[in-house]
Write a protein that binds this ligand. Structure first.
Ligand code: GTP
Ligand code: MG
Length: 226
């Protein structure tokens, strides 16, 4: 399907906050009750419409576990948007937000739009972080903010689409140029016994990369002109 723009997103935040569930709810309208720990990165895509224009979201779901931190850092490159996720029932996931922002500041485009998501709003009775604290943190750091639930789907569409609307507006205002972000990457993906070579750039993605990825080795970046 053709599209006017392709926006790359990255989903970041501590392990267990619900990053993979947010993606699954947005792409498949399903909820996964079991914590299926993400190893390295997973990938999803969906079309949306902003201002009557078809936009493809290419979404990279990273592993929150500390041991994967150096791998996930390489996925900030070329991202127009990020969902920075914490769990409203686990205070420490909120306390770690500054560390995630520091990573983003170092590895992402300075104009990347960041949506702060306080996930698991269905568990408000076990809340450890107030809505006001989330709002305040977002305001201090120039982020958009929303509480959401990957379980009930509350605010899931909004979280992904409002981020895209903000990116779209930045493009219209000339502060962000996605055409500068054409980066070609080559990955070798091991799918159980098979090995596949996949070439990815910000224009088209080989959608072989569904959730069945075992291991990804990033080989190298090519310069944008290639
Ligand atoms: N009640 C509730 N549980 C949720 C919600 N979102 C995720 N969970 C649960 O939280 C656990 C972790 O969710 P994941 O999406 O796997 O977490 P993650 O952030 O991807 O974790 P890593 O891949 O390790 O970084 C799972 O048991 C989910 O079912 C939510 O909105 N509400
Ligand atoms: Mg995950």
């Amino acid at each position: 399907m053709s599209y006017a723009y392709l926006f790359k997103y990255i989903i970041i935040g501590d392990t267990g906050v619900g990053k993979s569930c947010l993606l699954l709810q947005f792409t498949d309208k399903r909820f996964q009750p079991v914590h299926d720990l993400t190893i390295g990165v997973e990938f999803g895509a969906r079309m949306i419409t902003i201002d009557n224009k078809p936009i493809k979201l290419q979404i990279w779901d990273t592993a929150g576990q500390e041991s994967f931190r150096s791998i996930t850092r390489s996925y900030y490159r070329g991202a127009a948007g990020a969902l920075l996720v914490y769990d409203i029932t686990r205070r420490e996931t909120f306390n770690h937000l500054a560390g995630w922002l520091e990573d983003a500041r170092q590895h992402a485009n300075a104009n990347m739009t960041i949506m702060l998501v306080g996930n698991k709003s269905d568990l408000a009775h076990r809340r450890a972080v107030s809505i006001e604290e989330g709002e305040q943190f977002a305001k201090e750091h120039g982020l958009i903010f929303m509480e959401a639930s990957a379980k009930t789907a509350q605010n899931i569409e909004e979280a992904f689409i409002n981020t895209a609307a903000t990116i779209y507006k930045k493009i219209q205002d000339g502060v962000f140029d996605v055409s500068n972000e054409v980066i070609t990457m080559i990955y070798i993906i091991r799918l159980e016994t098979k090995a596949a070579l996949v070439v990815i750039n910000n224009i088209e993605v080989v959608e072989l990369m569904e959730n069945s990825i075992d291991t990804i080795w990033r080989l190298r970046f090519f310069a944008p002109h290639m």
